[in-house]
Design a protein around this ligand. Structure first.
Ligand code: SF4
Ligand code: MG
Length: 329
């Protein structure tokens, strides 16, 4: 599969009066054409900052984005993001009310995007907006154009935001907790809409959520993040059928319905809290909460280990390396 996005060793650093905070801290991932990469982790794990860094939206100072590679369709995002943002890469956020202008009719907001980014005339932009909403299954888009955001429910506003994000036919859509504020029925409608648009517009998707249940419904591949680090990258099948990292297992534990009976005994519930990122634990950042922690986990950060088609950052999968490290080799 050819990649639309390749990221290697991405770190976002914030220099704060209290110290330096890094999240994400050295993560690598890629997104294939029409692929959905789910990024999952508790809040504070660095998911949103990862998304904002791809969009070139990290305020500097205090933020600084560093990466060995951050390439989108052959372009260096660290240098050329301004030309790409809102056109080839767009983003949908959790709360559509913060992104829609409450005092402007929905139609005018959609038209403005196309006039500014795609050099369309107003009539062309209007036609295109209606067409996209129709493609996304939004009912009576002609009517909707003359209304204000407050006249619609949260679910409908989120659909409008998705339509807005799709106006310029992006190659990559980044959605940050887009269904978190919605009730479950509306949530599944919106997830369905995301799945459809992937086919309809041939768009790749990065879908950020704290909810593995949502991941199960939308993702092809998954990156699990914990305290600024990635801990496991795997296909969605492997995440659910053959999870490897103790943190992934712990997250799955909160989804009892999705877990086969036989694995229940093995599961570890996650005690404690996500650590502060100004002074993260030494070694593996998960060690204070991990029931499998070994001595090396408290001393050395685990490197990436390949296990089947998954990549896991955990010493359990590199015992030989761990033993050599312990012996000082
Ligand atoms: Fe647990 Fe050690 Fe693996 Fe970290 S490296 S998840 S502490 S076993
Ligand atoms: Mg977030």
């Amino acid at each position: 599969m050819s990649h639309v996005l390749e990221v290697e060793d991405l770190t976002v650093e914030f220099r704060l009066p209290e110290g330096i905070l890094r999240a994400p801290d050295g993560i690598s991932f890629s997104v294939g054409e029409r692929e959905v990469l789910g990024i999952v982790g508790e809040s504070g794990s660095g998911k949103s900052v990862t998304a904002l860094s791809l969009m070139g939206l990290i305020p500097s100072p205090p933020g600084k984005v560093k990466a060995a590679k951050m390439e989108f369709m052959g372009k260096n995002l660290l240098k050329e993001v301004e030309e790409i943002r809102g056109k080839k890469i767009s983003m949908v956020f959790q709360n559509p009310l913060n992104s829609l202008n409450p005092s402007m009719k929905i139609g005018a907001q959609l038209i403005e995007v196309l006039v500014n980014h795609m050099n369309m005339t107003k009539p062309e932009a209007k036609e295109k907006s209606i067409e996209i909403m129709k493609n996304l299954g939004i009912p009576s888009p002609e009517n909707l154009m003359n209304r204000y955001p407050f006249e619609y429910s949260g679910g409908m506003r989120q659909r409008i935001m998705i339509a807005m994000a799709m106006l310029c036919n992006p190659k990559l859509l980044i959605a940050d907790e887009p269904t978190t504020a919605l009730d479950v029925t509306i949530q599944s409608q919106i997830l369905y809409m995301f799945r459809e648009l992937k086919e309809e517009f041939e768009t790749s998707l990065i879908f950020i959520t704290h909810d593995l249940g949502v991941i199960a419904q939308i993702a092809d591949r998954v990156m699990v993040m914990y305290a600024g680090k990635q801990v496991e990258n795997a296909s969605v099948e492997d995440i659910f059928k053959n999870p490897k990292h103790p943190y992934t297992l712990g997250l799955l534990d909160s989804l009892p319905k999705l877990i086969p009976e036989k694995r229940k005994q093995r599961l570890l519930s996650i005690q404690g809290n996500v650590p502060g990122l100004l002074k993260p634990p030494k070694g593996c950042r998960f060690h204070p909460r991990c029931s499998k922690a070994m001595k090396i986990c408290t001393e050395k950060e685990p490197p990436a280990f390949s296990v089947g088609s998954s990549t896991v950052w955990c010493w359990l999968y590199g015992r030989e390396v761990a033993n050599n490290e312990a012996a000082g080799n």
